[in-house]
Write a protein that binds this ligand. Sequence first.
Ligand SMILES: Cc1cc2nc3c(=O)[nH]c(=O)nc-3n(C[C@H](O)[C@H](O)[C@H](O)COP(=O)(O)OP(=O)(O)OC[C@H]3O[C@@H](n4cnc5c(N)ncnc54)[C@H](O)[C@@H]3O)c2cc1C
Length: 418
Amino acid sequence: MGRRIAIIGAGQAGLQLALGLASADQEVTLVTDRSGEEIRNGRVLSTQCMFGESLATERDLGIDFWREDCPQIPGIRYSLGEPDGNLALQFGGKLRAPAQSVDQRLKMPRWLEELERRGGEIVYRDLDLEYVESLARDYDLLVIASAKGAFGKLLPEIFQAQPEYSPYSSPQRQLAVAYVHDMEPLDPPYFSICIVPGVGEFFVGPALTLSGPCYTLCFEAIPGGDMDRWGDVPLDDVDRHLAVCLEVLERYFPWEAERCQSWRLTDDLGVLKGALTPVVRERVGRLPSGAPVLGVGDAVVLNDPLVGQGANNAAKGTTVVTREILDRGQGAFDAEWMRQAGDRYWETVRFAARFTNMMLSPPPHVADLFGAANENPALADHLANGTNTPATLFPWIMAADGVEGLARELAPVAPVGG
Ligand SMILES: Cc1cc2nc3c(=O)[nH]c(=O)nc-3n(C[C@H](O)[C@H](O)[C@H](O)COP(=O)(O)OP(=O)(O)OC[C@H]3O[C@@H](n4cnc5c(N)ncnc54)[C@H](O)[C@@H]3O)c2cc1C
């Protein structure tokens, strides 16, 4: 007999969990504030680059509908720059499986349709606590997968933050995003990550949007620094937004500015700016009535997008939680079960959170890592594949001698007699 499960939120986390459960004949009700049409006609939400392991979870559910149309990303190019715009070093790492980025404005509406096709119920409405309490009472399990909007403000009361994993009290980067057509491709078409220590980061990669293949650009400016330039640009002044993007590229990332001479925005809602404070919360929350609820996705583990992990975490973490729910059979989804399921979720995503926070304030030996990877293709590949499986970056990436040791281990073998 299927269990009755309510899920709040129709992002990567809520929808993937709902689709996994509905496919296994559970009775799923998904509650969200926006229809597919509203999402499709709305602003971009993310840059959502997803790596092989996460994409495999979508394929396993039969919901990776874009593989044929979405540009495939075979690797990552890393560029380390200096504040005067000089390129200090640049190297590429090959991914074992391609990455891809599908605009969530395409993905989420299609997944909402698919959920209904698979028997899920969708309730479109805004949330208040009374309604959330009624969901907790009326269903066998309530999962919260929504961190945004008015409901997001209630999260700190429901899910306690974990101070040991939440070192920040303010945003560490100011973000600016643009989706563009007609950017010069890289050959091979790698995702590009550029870092200028003390200034900020820029990443850009091929993606699929409403109007076809495009590039997503994300600027990560250190707050108050010289790259933090979008503050007084209204989001509807898209020409100015894009002009600031180009100014910043020309000043700090000129090797990328060269690729942008003929670019144009994909659409007027293809821009975004903002900031978030990374936080890790307990996965088991309590409503004011005392009812326990399970959290997944950004609702409980919110990372800065710096190394592109949030959507990947949602995909991998909800796959684990789906399995936990199904394995429970007819047993109660009580607080103790939630604690175990939540621990498994955290086990799956914790290295991504650690990697992200490390790169927000990189220790000096990260420069040595880049220097070593520049000389050593196997190390460069290892680094690139670490974005797919962050656990493989630990513990060696934490210390200079760990980086040295791995660099030695992966060093190219000199030809005999050479
Ligand atoms: C600029 C930027 C770039 C990023 N780039 C990457 C990347 O390259 N790779 C990567 O893996 N991650 C990236 N991320 C992170 C990633 O986008 C998120 O971690 C991921 O989308 C979170 O999914 P989620 O389902 O947890 O939450 P969300 O996507 O936020 O979903 C929440 C859902 O709840 C709904 N909702 C909100 N309020 C209410 C309400 N009051 N009532 C009912 N429903 C409500 C929303 O409509 C939505 O459906 C990026 C994020 C940003 C901001």
